[in-house]
Write a protein that binds this ligand. Sequence first.
Ligand code: 5AD
Ligand code: SF4
Length: 364
Amino acid sequence: MPPRVKEILEKDFWRKEDIARLLASDEDEIIFEKAAAVKSAHVGNKVYFRGLIEYSNRCAKNCFYCGIRSGNDKYTRYELTDEETLTAARFAWENRYASIVIQSGERSDAAFTEIIEYLIRKILEATGNELHITLSLGEQSEETYRRWLNAGAHRYLLRIEVSNPALYKKLHPDDGLHTHATRLEALAALRRAGYQVGTGVMIGLPFQTFDDLADDLIFFRDFDIDMAGMGPYIEHPDTPLYRFRDKIPSPDERVRLSLKMVALLRIMMKDINIAATTALQTLDPLGREKALRVGANVLMPNLTPEKYRSDYLLYENKPYVHDDAGACGADLESRILSIGNRIAYGEWGDSLHFRERLNQVVSI
Ligand code: 5AD
Ligand code: SF4
């Protein structure tokens, strides 16, 4: 007889079959309870804010699942002006968010490298070096990663998207620009450069199995990541993957699976930072709060100026008309309080896992 969920939850180390069994089980509540207890014991009930600035939707890549892929000509391509970027960063600082994320479609030309370096320096200057900056700007050379780190960036998010190389191949064009090996090498370069490194996956993709998702969690553990951002895959009509939309789990099922992935990762990697993602909120208006309850500890309120939001739709129904930015205060705060968490205003909320690794290196 296969081990029961309760028995697996008591083990110190999970093998792939344990994780796949937990993902397939319908005993969600005891998994969620355990994850909530681990969160409370190891990272506490604080929620760290990262103000999200979607800097540009220009992208050289053409991923089959993404709305802003280069092959989609339905969006007007934009980038924020320097002033718009600085205003958004200042908003974060003045509202005591302590951290921002600069995200963009992928470009690696010299002009892009330079403007990002310039903006990092300007933002730090304008905020008295008090903001921590996370970058989410795709695959770059190690030299570029180092340049941006030297300019003052602290953390980097680069999702592996899926850890199974065969599935990666199915979800990306075979044009030399989209290889799993390059993605892995980019993650290794980020680690060598000295960033706090975050990665993540999409959940509920066509062709994805419980075994794939179990491998994703094992990948995070083996790579010893500092931060994670995972969310449900959401179909977008102007993408090639849309025609497989009848091959994906229902929205409710994708939310449930995503919450389980968050909970299992919290139990496996007790002191990392885990984001409650916008994609979860898209499929369930309370999705982010539910993720916070079962292990997530980071939220990314969107600070992109409203006029650009309808051009940064990675997937359909992404909430954008108005959400967290100005209105954030009361509404978001009360929802966070209602689940027994509180916002850690003015705290950087660095990954405890990263700090711990640094301490070990120093003491060797
Ligand atoms: N559904 C959900 N997430 C998506 N992303 C891109 N397209 C989609 C989609 N259709 C995610 C990818 C990428 C991040 C910026 O957005 O994981 O890394
Ligand atoms: Fe570009 Fe990222 Fe979208 Fe791929 S997922 S098309 S790299 S923005």
